[in-house]
Design a protein around this ligand. Structure first.
Ligand code: CAA
Length: 258
């Protein structure tokens, strides 16, 4: 695969891992990181040989936010005309399941990047927060919306208005984190989870992801209709026949992703 300046990309079977790699800046998300992560994620999404994508950082920082040095001198018209951070929306449109493996700081844009993924598995060292208000700005990569949907108004207001950090245990209790694991086991656990997902039928996993995401976008009746249509559509796949035959035959299923 191509060489990148700010990320490392590794493939292992049907799983790909994107590691943000700007250790001196605690993985601050500058525009080059955004371009590289989004471009690679879209490439992997077009590759039917990949069934799950992991996004991770280092032991110290998943990402300490958008790059403050890069944006500090920008004017209103520059950030407005460039539509700063809008490029990240493309990551949310990736159809392949994406897991965030978070250790250390996930602050500002780092917390928002983790929440852009389908779910977060955190190390017990993880710290989440939206400290933008301490810099004289507000979240700009979806934090005010995704955090509020995940944790509710009370805690979202607390975090966004004070800029305080929450630890992994509080993040799991609040609903932004799916599982907390010991830091030393984080990547192994996440790769196992990614391998499990990548072993499912890719078209059906995409349907499942789309249906869960619809719960955040649509009224209930509309979401239920989309779910029912996708459930019915699953019967058009070979993988539904294989999955049910395997269950009845008391053997593991082997999906063909078709
Ligand atoms: N942008 C640019 N550089 C950053 C950075 C960021 N978000 N976070 C850390 N760095 C750099 C530091 O400037 C420092 O660089 P130098 O060695 O060149 O001085 C290096 O990373 C190490 O950082 P610290 O010395 O500060 O490390 P620490 O262990 O003492 O503290 C920290 C760690 C608490 C995470 C602290 O670095 C920090 O508070 N970072 C900023 C967090 C933040 O405010 N994030 C929000 C950014 S705005 C945003 O994200 C907007 C949005 O919604 C998209």
């Amino acid at each position: 695969m191509t060489d990148y300046n700010t990320i490392l990309v590794e493939r292992d079977g049907r799983t790909a891992t994107i590691t943000i790699n700007r250790p001196k800046a605690l993985n601050a998300l500058n525009s080059e990181v955004m371009t590289e992560v989004v471009t690679v994620a879209e490439e992997l999404d077009r590759d039917s040989g990949i069934g799950a994508i992991v996004i991770t950082g280092s032991a110290k920082a998943f990402a300490a936010g958008a790059d403050i040095k890069e944006m500090s001198d920008k004017t209103f018209s520059e950030v407005h005309n460039q539509n700063l951070f809008a490029g990240w929306d493309r990551l949310a449109k990736v159809r392949t399941p994406v897991i965030a493996a978070v250790a250390g700081y996930a602050l500002g844009g780092g917390c928002e990047l983790a929440m852009l993924c389908d779910f977060i598995i955190a190390a017990d060292t993880a710290k989440f927060g939206q400290p933008e208000i301490t810099l004289g700005v507000i979240p700009g990569m979806g934090g005010s919306q995704r955090l509020t949907r995940a944790v509710g108004k009370a805690k979202a207001m607390d975090l966004v208005l004070t800029g305080r950090m929450m630890d992994a245990e509080e993040a799991e209790r609040s609903g932004i984190v799916a599982r907390v694991v010991p830091a030393a086991e984080l990547l192994q656990v996440v790769k196992e989870v990614a391998g499990t997902i990548a072993g499912m039928s890719l078209p059906v996993a995409m349907m499942a992801k789309e249906a869960v995401n619809a719960a955040f976008e649509t009224p209930l009746a509309e979401g239920l209709r989309l779910e029912r249509r996708s459930f019915h559509a699953a019967f058009a796949t070979d993988d539904q026949k294989e999955g049910m035959a395997a269950f009845l035959g008391k053997r593991p299923a082997t999906f063909s992703n078709s």
